[in-house]
Design a protein around this ligand. Structure first.
Ligand code: RI2
Length: 362
């Protein structure tokens, strides 16, 4: 791929360009990231979001930090640590920074050559993600085909929560990758898109991605999923993940847990799609130990949208004196997950199956 992906790419000076995910779908603009500070800001303010992309941006961020450090390795290590701490839940961020640091510590190169080596490593990480998402697409579409055959249905209805498409991980996504592949295979597919309050990644990003790809979809309020599942209007639920523990417990966008409960109650397959870089093999119990980000209450109290004159505005929707609480993620216990859809195939969500399939990475 050589550093050119759909949601991020390198410009002619080897700065990082990213699609600004805060203003989609109403505006398609890019942001240029040239140093550590800009990397951290882009991750914190969610110019870029989605576990995989955050990891990629962090990887390129370490290369930019090296360029900025002028051979001062201590400064570089300090800057890399700042990037590593920019968001707490998605583990791809820590994974990518650690891998970049390993390259740095194993290298005997200096200055420009070291910077070049780190740039190449960041590209390699992103290229590997592309390969992983392509495999996830194939395995996921196989499952869709299998369910369709068994149940003799014409249209396959999938429900997804948040955005785990190519905006979230290069270059096809995780949860959306099988959907794109199923469409390519000629399957009639329809996606229920949870709006995903408070930041509306479903309404703003997933719906945008799906319409660009010509995939039939309908945006629903987050509270609608249970009713649809109860009324046989959902054949499968598939979401991405921000961190999956050794026991299969999976952290994903807030609200995912409720969808999994409803899927279980209605006997609907519930899959989590993830590349192996989203596993946190050191966390043994996800419900107990995965750190959950708490973000600003303003994300709950304000909404951004287009007014009737076509102007993009932010609106307050809660009275000023009421406090709000904004957990970014929740953890779906492994017992509610039908399978973990990975680049190595479908893995049962339990410690034995995960340990066996990913033994070499643990
Ligand atoms: P991939 C997102 O969080 C969502 O939780 C989404 O499912 C996940 O990251 C996607 O990550 P946010 O960054 O598995 O919008 O697709 O807070 O990498």
């Amino acid at each position: 791929m050589q550093g050119q992906y759909k949601a991020l790419w390198l410009d002619k000076d080897n700065n990082l360009e990213v699609l600004d995910q805060r203003v989609l779908p109403f505006e398609e603009t890019t942001v240029t990231i040239t140093n550590t500070q800009e990397t951290i800001e882009a991750i914190k303010n969610m110019t870029v979001r989605g576990a995989g992309i955050i990891g990629n941006v962090a990887g390129f961020g370490v290369y930019l930090a090296c360029r900025e450090s002028n051979g001062d390795i201590e400064k570089l290590i300090y800057l890399a640590e700042q990037i590593r701490e920019s968001r707490p839940t998605a583990v791809n961020l820590m994974w990518a920074v650690d891998r970049m640091m390993e390259t740095l510590l194993n290298s005997d190169l200096h200055d420009l050559e070291l910077t070049q080596e780190l740039l190449e490593e960041a590209i390699k990480i992103a290229d590997e993600d592309c390969m992983r998402t392509e495999k996830i697409a194939q395995y996921g579409a196989d499952i869709i085909e299998e369910i369709m055959l068994n149940r003799e249905i014409d249209t396959f209805d999938i429900l997804t929560h948040c955005n785990a498409g190519w905006l979230a991980i290069v270059d096809s996504g995780t949860a959306l990758a099988p959907i794109y592949e199923a469409k390519k295979r000629g399957i009639n597919i329809h996606v229920w898109v949870d709006e995903t309050r408070p930041r509306n990644q479903g309404a703003n990003l997933t719906a945008w991605e799906l319409s660009k790809a010509g995939v039939e979809h309908t945006v629903i309020a987050d509270n609608t999923g249970g009713h649809l599942m109860q009324n046989h209007m959902v054949d499968m639920v598939i979401t991405g993940a921000d961190r999956v523990a050794r026991n299969g417990d999976s952290a994903n966008k807030i609200g995912t847990y409720l969808k999994a409960l409803s899927a279980k109650d209605n006997n609907i397959p519930f899959y989590i799609a993830l590349p192996s870089s989203t596993f946190d093999f050191t966390t043994l119990d996800g419900v107990r130990d995965i750190p959950i980000e708490i973000r600003s209450e303003n994300e709950v109290k304000y909404m951004r949208g287009m007014d009737s004159d076509g102007e993009i505005k932010e609106f307050q929707i809660v009275q000023s004196q009421s406090p709000a609480l904004n957990y970014g993620f929740d953890v779906t216990p492994a017992r509610l997950i039908t399978g973990l859809l990975t680049e190595r195939g479908v893995c049962d969500a339990n410690v034995d199956a995960i340990s066996e399939m990913f033994e070499d990475l643990i």
